[in-house]
Design a protein around this ligand. Structure first.
Ligand SMILES: NC(=O)C1=CN([C@@H]2O[C@H](COP(=O)(O)OP(=O)(O)OC[C@H]3O[C@@H](n4cnc5c(N)ncnc54)[C@H](OP(=O)(O)O)[C@@H]3O)[C@@H](O)[C@H]2O)C=CC1
Ligand SMILES: CC(C)(CO)C(=O)C(=O)O
Length: 310
């Protein structure tokens, strides 16, 4: 089975590396011109399921790499539509397009582009950072859950899940993928807003009583807009989310906070921005996420240029 990983950042290298460890023929796709740093290199991952892969294959243009039985889009949400449009001509007729972004927007972005039976979406759960152009480190869960809100996923997706599971990743197909996505969003959106606004890691945020109150408020806000969108989010899911956040490795920060620190563009519009938007749509107040959305605006497109001194 040939698999293309479009977006060779933290998540693409980790989840693609696990598939190559499991025996699949994996090609990593980078931005044009960036393939030289990865093609033929040794790819390593540090974490519970570490790996070291000699001579991985990378290309800078998916169009020149043949056809693929699965294409995994591991780009940020703001790049998803463009990456999918570039990659789709390389998808084999019985192939699957798989999107592993955070947030609740991926399906709406991709659905107009292809037959739903070829599409799978779902969250990944490893807190991952790039440590070099061909190395990553992760902590927390090594997990992926995929599904499709409208139909069964294709056999190519079943095979990906089997292969990840064969190397120890907790990989599954969910009957109700919207439930899984929203349940993760409760915790992810909270972690993104609070570790970014507070410039603090999980070990401080979820163990400081005043900040725990903010975390509970954030979880309530996301749950309220989710329920208004028709997702059956239980009170138990809210409590479980707080416990998960409290059990994160203490140094964990959200991927958005990594981007903030690196002066990179943020997925803000799809996290606190999406909660703010859905709050307005349903007449639900989301004060914490509306504040986060506004306070982080100056960093949305990368580090702001310094304002001239008065
Ligand atoms: N990191 C984490 O801990 C987790 C992240 N996620 C989610 O996973 C998704 C990916 O995140 P992450 O891996 O951290 O992001 P990264 O920024 O590390 O990686 C994304 C990569 O995709 C590249 N890219 C963008 N467009 C294209 C394209 N058209 N063709 C080829 N490459 C492209 C980017 O290049 P360039 O940098 O040049 O733009 C970048 O190298 C996000 O939605 C994130 O929220 C989910 C769970 C955990
Ligand atoms: C680290 C983790 C799992 C939770 O915030 C994540 O999904 C992210 O920040 O992208």
């Amino acid at each position: 089975m040939r698999v293309a990983i479009v977006g060779s950042g933290a998540i693409g290298l980790l989840y693609g590396g696990w598939l190559q460890s499991a025996g699949l023929d994996v090609v990593f796709v980078t931005r044009p011109g960036r393939q030289a740093a990865l093609d033929g290199a040794t790819l390593t991952a540090e974490g519970r399921l570490s790996f070291r892969l000699e001579r991985v294959s990378a290309v800078g243009d998916v169009a020149n790499a043949g056809s693929f039985d699965a294409i995994i889009l591991a780009v940020k949400l703001y790049d998803l539509a463009a990456a999918a449009a570039q990659a789709l001509p390389a998808l084999a007729p019985a192939g699957a397009l798989v999107a592993v972004q955070n947030g609740v927007s991926a399906y709406g972005i991709l659905r107009p582009l292809l037959d739903p039976s070829k599409l799978a979406i779902g969250p990944v759960f490893a807190a991952t950072r790039l440590t070099g152009s061909s190395s990553v480190a992760y902590a927390g869960a090594d997990r992926v859950t995929l599904g499709n809100p409208e139909c069964k996923v294709s056999p190519a997706v079943d095979e990906l899940v089997r292969r990840w599971a064969s190397v120890g990743v907790t990989a599954e197909i969910a009957e109700d993928i919207d439930d899984v996505i929203w349940t993760k969003f409760l915790g992810f959106a909270t972690n993104a807003a609070l570790t970014s606004l507070g410039r603090l890691p999980a070990g401080v945020v979820y163990h400081t009583p005043e900040l725990v109150e903010l975390a509970k408020q954030s979880i309530r806000e996301v749950a309220s807009v989710g329920r208004a969108e028709g997702i059956a989010i239980t009170g138990d899911a809210e409590e479980m989310t707080l416990r998960i956040l409290q059990s994160l490795p203490p140094a964990t920060v959200a991927s958005m906070r990594q981007d903030l620190d690196a002066g990179k563009r943020l997925e803000l519009d799809f996290i606190s921005g999406e909660i703010d938007r859905l709050g307005h749509k349903h007449g639900i107040a989301t004060p914490l996420h509306s504040l986060a959305y506004r306070l982080l605006q100056p960093f949305r497109d990368g580090a702001p240029t310094a304002a001239p001194r008065a």
